[in-house]
Write a protein that binds this ligand. Sequence first.
Ligand code: C2E
Ligand code: MG
Ligand code: MG
Ligand code: MG
Length: 284
Amino acid sequence: RAKELGRNNLQVFTEEMAAKAHEKLKQQEELRQALARQEFFLQFQPQMNLATGRVFAAEALLRWRHPERGTVSPAAFIPLAEETGLIVPIGDWVLRAACRQARAWQDEGLPPLIISVNVSARQFRERNWAAHVAAILTETGLDPFRLELELTESLIMQDVPGAIATMHELQAIGVHLAIDDFGTGYSSLSALKRFPVRRLKIDRSFVADIPTDLDDNAITAAIISLARNLGLRVIAEGVENQAQVEFLRQSGCDEIQGYFFSRPLSAPDFEALMLQPRFSIHSV
Ligand code: C2E
Ligand code: MG
Ligand code: MG
Ligand code: MG
């Protein structure tokens, strides 16, 4: 009896494992097909300058319109895309689509904009990646200074000399760089001064509980003053309310991004926002 039970448990266990493996294979296959089926699309979240109240940039954020599951957020499929290497062609699609959209907005006479694109480690480490970025800029007709690439600390720290070399190549093309989710990685402050970056993005985990969490206040204010002293621009992400805006403004933060001002928008909605005759932070 005990033996039988044991055997049954084992059977259930292996069946479960097989089902999981099968599910993963299925997801992998769906992800592989998604590009060809044109199931990916971008949303654009405005980044606003606190002093002028103007939108100066849009971060392109990837979405997957899944035939059965509806809109899937990147957190649910980017890890699998990275694991399988599919992030390379997917990331390529994102970069091309974002540059093309930015160029179209320029042609339509929208106020000048920077388009900000997230880069994964696998992509960044591709051979001659900077040259590839340059080719996409030429192909889409976007001026290099209108593109900003968001790199994470962990991407950079995997191979600091290699990353710095690629960053310099990108800088030479005229593309700007930002460090995303700043404060969550382990980049040493001494390494930071060697990175040719223009902007730090304060991770939203620090922003979430300001101004009530005194530790987060201290960390956020320290990142802002670090950025300013290094001559970098600094943006807070995940800004959701007025109290956070006031704290950030008083701490000398240059820019904000978050639901307080706007959620990520479809291209037409972003365009409509930009074409409003006048908007400022005081009117939202
Ligand atoms: P991220 O680059 O740090 O992007 C910011 C994330 O915070 C976005 O989530 C955005 O929708 C969300 N967010 C913005 N404002 C607020 C706010 O006020 N409150 C809260 N709670 N959240 C806010 P999303 O779009 O789900 O993207 C998640 C992450 O997926 C991104 O984090 C980025 O690391 C990655 N990702 C997105 N698109 C791409 C892509 O094209 N390529 C790569 N490699 N990664 C991407
Ligand atoms: Mg980002
Ligand atoms: Mg971020
Ligand atoms: Mg993030």
